[in-house]
Design a protein around this ligand. Structure first.
Ligand code: AMP
Length: 447
């Protein structure tokens, strides 16, 4: 009994010491070194035609972009994806192309739904590129054709939401042929949509002779290809988010690629913790994944991969209370989790452990939040990791961040410009890293 008490006391003392030191280390600011942001030449990995291989002068160029951005009260709330497409749009206009932009927005399920109209995006883009952006009320038919015919060299047109037609998601040939009839050349710059075989990413390429990758698409493929083919070691992957089941292919692919360390946070960590006997209480656990979790751990052990899980976490007494209410959260060591507790975020000790594991890293990929990021204060673990990966990038590591919440965290932490590559793809990034072929890339013309 006395021995148990002593153990608990020591654990609490060590946790307090760790957490205080960790706070100091994590808030220390380091000078951001200018670094070479360009990947090694991987033209061999990119046998697909590039927009730079096309003669664009006077040509009608259909550019599939990913303008799936949040819109509130008719205005664009976050323009990250729009800004990401600008190099390609500017390149095409500089080359004298007649630019026809097309995108999906939200899930209108094949019907015209006003709140999913791309019109506000046309206005927003026009301000960003400082030139008029015409808008066609439909992406096919007379409305589109008339606007395309009115284009002069270097003009820009945005078509209405592709998903107002159910044929888009069905990868329908007839619809794709109508889209293709608007253009002379096709460019796909929508990396975030490349994992879906839709009419505007896949079928359309059957009806256009030259189908090339845009500059953003090329950049994404170059960085991600380097990670899966030739990562510099130590190679560390940080995974978080809701479900282990979503990430199994990528975990296995990372192990195949000889990842050195796997740091796992977010709800998915509880399934792994539970599989080793920890009582997750009310935390989110995938009970049907416990066996898989054990296999992941066994494989990591057998292959000498360091698998790091949270050692402390922020808990609440009930999982329900969150939205709009005062939250009584406390940070406790994992083993002190009691009945009723739900784990919502990793604690400061874990952030410090994870940050330490990144100290000598040369390649880091990060996908998924460390906690319930959308509900402060449970964004803090994710923001702590954002700072830690930025510091690793300052030390010269190649850092790739993908997935909505992780990307939002690096922006919120004010470290986005220190990250080597911020991927615009969530699902597409994971599928690519898991070694799967992306239909939107496969469909492009060979060089
Ligand atoms: P994913 O789409 O797999 O990247 O997962 C993102 C979601 O995971 C976010 O909506 C988070 O709220 C959720 N999440 C992360 N950590 C936890 C946690 N400890 N408990 C519940 N949900 C979580």
């Amino acid at each position: 009994m006395a021995f148990d008490l002593l153990f608990v006391l020591l654990r609490v003392i060590s946790w307090i010491v760790f957490v205080t030191q960790g706070r100091y280390e994590l808030h220390e600011t380091k000078e951001t070194k200018a670094k070479d942001q360009s990947p090694k030449d991987h033209s061999d990995l990119m046998p697909k035609l590039s927009i730079r291989d096309l003669n664009l002068k006077g040509k009608r160029a259909f550019i599939r972009v990913d303008f799936n951005v949040p819109i509130k009260d008719g205005s664009v709330e976050d323009n990250t994806r729009i800004r990401a497409a600008i190099p390609t749009i500017n390149y095409a206009t500089e080359q004298g192309a007649r630019v026809i932009l097309a995108s999906h927005l939200g899930r209108p399920k094949g019907e015209r739904v006003e709140k999913y109209s791309l019109r506000p995006v046309a206005e927003h883009l026009s301000k960003l590129i400082k030139k008029p952006v015409a808008f066609a009320e439909d992406c096919i038919g007379e409305a589109a054709r008339a606007k395309v015919e009115a284009l002069k060299n270097s003009d820009v047109l945005l078509l209405e939401n592709l998903r107002f037609h159910s044929e888009e998601e069905k990868n329908d040939d007839g619809f794709a042929e109508q889209l293709a009839s608007l253009c002379d050349v096709y460019v796909n710059d929508a990396f975030g949509a490349a994992h879906r075989a839709h009419a505007s990413t896949a079928a359309i390429t059957k009806f256009v002779k030259q189908c090339a990758a845009g500059l953003l698409m090329e950049r994404e493929l170059k960085f991600l290809s380097r990670v899966i083919t030739d990562p510099e070691h130590p190679f560390v992957a940080i995974l978080g988010g809701a479900k282990v089941s979503d990430k199994i292919p990528v975990i296995n692919a990372l192990m195949d690629r000889k990842v050195d360390k796997l740091l796992i946070g977010g709800a998915m960590a509880y399934t792994l913790l539970k599989s080793e006997g920890f009582t997750a209480r009310n935390s989110v656990v995938e009970n049907d994944m416990l066996q898989t979790a054990t296999e992941i751990k066994k494989r990591a052990e057998a292959e000498g991969i360091e698998l790091l899980l949270p050692t402390d976490h922020q808990v609440v007494d009930s999982y329900e209370p969150i939205k709009g209410q005062d939250i009584l959260a406390k940070t406790i060591p994992i083993e002190f989790t009691k009945a009723g507790h739900a784990g919502m975020d990793i604690g400061v000790e874990t952030v410090t452990h994870f940050a330490n594991a990144l100290k000598d890293a040369r390649t880091i990929i990060w996908n998924g939040p460390m906690g319930v990021f959308e509900e402060p204060p449970f964004d803090q673990g994710t923001i702590g990791i954002a700072r830690a990966v930025a510091e690793a990038a300052d030390r010269g590591a190649t850092v790739i961040v993908g997935g909505g919440d992780s990307v939002a965290a690096v922006t919120q932490a004010g470290v986005a410009d220190r990250i080597t590559h911020i991927s615009t793809g969530g699902g597409a990034t994971l599928e690519f890293l898991a070694g799967e072929e992306l239909p939107g890339v496969v469909a492009l013309s060979e060089k």
